[in-house]
Design a protein around this ligand. Structure first.
Ligand code: NDP
Length: 291
């Protein structure tokens, strides 16, 4: 059984990006620059943004964290976005989700300049991705593709079941894995909350991508021997024995599924670290396209 080590692969990727950045600096250019907008004080969002900023520093990018308080209006946020769109010294930026309820996420998403949309959530990037044109691929599915490719998991002609159809994970990974190219050419089935008899699908799958957000949902009896399992889920589960008061669980009952699978991503240390590394890769790409 192979553990698809996202932590190590993400570290490899960061080293590659770091080398490229030091060559950029040596040539006299400024380094790539990523900004992140965080509205409010949500604990998980603070953790995510913090590790994105630290990763930028590690590879030598410039980074800017813009913190706005919980009471920020949609107009103020839209003004900030316009400012970032116009900033020539900035290659890409993200608006950390979720946003407070008084702000229309769709409106914000549409205001981001697609050329700086390194999260790949703008409809222009999503459409371009679906049409196999140059785009920014959302970091989580991009990270899964990279992991499959680097571990040489055969996807061509294989049956892949994706559980979840969100715009940021399930839907894009289902598109990418069915396209031509590396980690693609799979026959993909997309399952969701209305799917009937999920086990009949997963039991016949060569590859299963779990992206629903229900801890330990996929059990050993739902998979066939030798399947590849990608666990995207990240859920904080209360645990008073842990200093933080919670533990992170994936969507897969890891121990029993790992015993039957050929390859599996752990949680933590699987898809999560890859997501951050691919955000850096998209920022480098934004810089390279601009220059
Ligand atoms: P969403 O809540 O947006 O989507 C969940 C999907 O799962 C929906 O399509 C839903 O179906 C489907 N679903 C829910 N219950 C079932 C069920 N019983 N059977 C089959 N399908 C079901 O979640 P996200 O895609 O945003 O995230 C999924 C998980 O991945 C979360 O735990 C999240 O924290 C994690 N995540 C991890 C990332 C990482 O970097 N590792 C990045 C992003 C997310 P329906 O459409 O019918 O409602």
């Amino acid at each position: 059984m192979t553990v698809l080590d996202g932590k190590k692969t993400a570290q490899d990727l960061k080293e590659e990006i770091k080398t490229t950045v030091s060559e950029i600096k040596k040539s006299g250019q400024r380094p790539p620059h990523l900004a992140a907008i965080l509205v409010g004080n949500d604990g998980a969002s603070l953790t995510y943004v913090g590790s994105k900023v630290r990763s930028c520093e590690y590879v030598g990018f410039d980074s800017t964290l813009i913190r706005l308080d919980e009471s920020t209006t949609e107009e103020i946020l839209l003004d900030k976005i316009e400012e970032l769109n116009q900033d020539d010294q900035l290659d890409g930026y993200i608006v950390q989700l979720p946003l407070p309820k008084n702000i229309d996420e769709e409106k914000i998403l549409l205001a981001i300049d697609p050329k700086k949309d390194v999260d790949g959530f703008h409809p222009s990037n999503f459409g371009r991705m679906a049409l196999e044109m140059d785009s920014f691929i959302p970091a989580t599915p991009y990270g899964i593709m990279e992991l499959l490719e680097r571990y040489k998991i055969e996807t061509s002609g294989k049956h892949c079941v994706v559980v979840g159809r969100s715009h940021i994970v399930g839907r894009p990974i289902s598109i990418l894995m069915s396209q031509k190219g590396p980690a693609g050419n799979a026959t993909v089935t997309v399952a969701h909350s209305r799917t009937q008899n999920l086990t009949s699908l997963t039991k016949n799958a060569d590859i299963i991508v779990m992206a629903l957000g229900i801890p330990e949902y996929l059990t050993a009896e739902m998979i066939k021997e030798g399947a590849t399992i990608i666990d995207v889920g990240i859920t904080r589960v209360a645990d008073e024995n842990h200093p933080k008061g919670y533990v992170i669980k994936g969507d897969v009952a890891y121990d029993e599924v790992a015993a039957k699978a050929a390859a599996i991503t752990p949680v933590p240390g699987g898809v999560g670290p890859m997501t951050i590394a691919m955000l850096l890769k998209n920022t480098l790409l934004a810089f390279q396209r601009k220059n």
